[in-house]
Design a protein around this ligand. Sequence first.
Ligand code: GLA
Length: 701
Amino acid sequence: MSDTPAHVRLDGHALTLVFACARDGAARLIHAGAKLPAGEDLAALDTAGARGRHENQPDVPPVAGLLPEAKHGLMTSPAVVLRRGGARLTTDLRLARWEATHEALTLTLRDEAAQIEAVLHWQIGAGDVVRCHTVLTNHGTAPLEIEQLASLALPVPARFTECTSYAGRWASELHEHRRTIAPDGLHRKSHGGKPGFDGGNWLLLHGPGQEVLGAHLAWSGDFITRLECDSAGAGDGTALLQLAASWQPGEIMLAPGASRATPPALFATADHRSALARAFHAHLRDDVLPVRKDWGPRKVHLNSWEALGFDLSEDKLIALAEDAARLGIERFVLDDGWFGGRRNDQTSLGDWLVSPDVFPNGLGPLIARVHALGMDFGLWVEPEMVSPDSDLYRQHPDWCLHAPGQERRTMRGQLALDMARTEVRTYLFERLDALLRENAIAYLKWDHNRDLFPSRPGQTDGFYALLDRLSAAHPKVEIESCSSGGGRIDFGVLSRVHRVWPSDNNDAIERLRIMRAWSQFLPLDVLGSHVGPSPNPITGRRLAMDFRAKVAIFGHMGVEADPARMTDKERATLAAHIALYKQWRGVLHSGALWRLAHPDPNVTGMMVTHMGRALALVAQTAFSPVFDAAPVRLAGLEPDARYRVTLPEPWPPRARHYLAAPEQWREGLVLSGTALMTQGLALPLTHPETAWLVVLERLPQ
Ligand code: GLA
């Protein structure tokens, strides 16, 4: 039997976690929230939250603990499922010891009979984001299969009664769906070998007022997200949130003595959604992103995809690069179509050799011209894929994922390589390494354009291994992770790359929603945000350049359109916004993001504050039912400080005529933080496609 529990607390800046640790029993999380005073009586806190036994419960009420097992009458799905010799084990993991520092706790659980050890790691990191993972070791003499092992099994504090999960598709990622948690909870699992467009590896839970808890699994493969209310076993209806990698049967086999760590899962609580966003942003910036402290300013890109598609030639690309440089572009990215026989999307993936048809002299002359124009050079690759019509496939038809004897069904005309095979990774490393050694490439756009079916074990591990090896060999090359847009976005890939491509959809109205959705978790510095063509090739919608450019500033800005097909006026408008982006990226990419509320659901507002300066974007996407939209109330300002407020030009063409006192807006109005946050600014927001930028500069006291 277990002793009286010992109580352990971890403290962040504004967060306390309290655990009750019963030796030979379970570890329970008894508090996750506001920072408690130093002298808090943790035993009393435990008693205050304890429940008596109720009717129709096992005689000894089961304790879920932090790694729930199928034992003692617990009615939630187990967090750990193991097999030996094909048979499922009935495990009984008990707390053997724990070690705590101020912000980290390691709990060691053992099942002596089954010869298994599970070590749970809980750590409060930057932004007060809690990071958890589990390491399982097979101390037995026979192999052990891990069928399931949660990274996090979080007893959700009962004050969280609703959840927001996400759904989406290609070019329309991350739509929010809010519902009550009880009684049926939420079960989600991905199957495509990556998290997918629908953001099932991200979750929000809502408490009283605007309190919110955000959770995420930092894993680029399939996931399991479960939110279950156990109203029978443990009995109090507490929801249990489990986040786990979804492994395939036989994928994780532990030889005697071997261990496996789960990917990390993260969660954070905050008083409102803007604060939660900032917590995740701080965590990503400080604890996840590779070498961020050495990053320079996020360069303005021009990507060739929506300008030229597959219609590539050295001359056309040089002309595009020259037009790009005139706009103020700093990085020229050559997208798909530069290699092998790749003149359309049905061929040549895997043949990572510069196409002599398109580049008779190699990439050298184009790169030299790009450099002479003051830009650096980036290149698109899709390493994990192979086209059936490719030299690679003809030489190695067995290197792709396939079921022996069965038809090999393609998606976008392509198959996926088996990334678990060493020879596949070696081939890809050698090709990519040669490209990077032979050409001055500063940036790779690493794409992944199909689901993995049929899949085989080890795909995500193989992807990480290749990426890690390439980054180690070329530490200065920046990498973007793309998966037909936002199909593979998570903190696992973000610990290895420099930015992600949130969506293939560059339509500014769609993109506004998509950026706001991703920025709940990801800071603007990692979210690619491009000015697309008009009409937009995906939605068919025509949008004014002023609107497209203002929306694109709130991210890592780029252009994905052909300047030669723009009017002079459009080019001038675009260049002016690129200049504004350069002026403000220091704030946008280091500052604190605030989500602005507005009574009109078609008005989106975001602002970023940093060291007394702030930039806001306020955008109307529909025709307003009233002429004068409600004033926009700003956020994140010091109430007593005075700010000079200006509306940087160019102003939105249609709306500028409605602006009262334009001269005063040009000079700047001086207002207190309180006035700006409570009274707000009456910006003309009548017509769709109206976006305003608002600049705030704090004045000396
Ligand atoms: C994917 C990407 C696009 C583009 C194309 C090229 O769809 O998401 O941005 O790179 O591939 O084929």
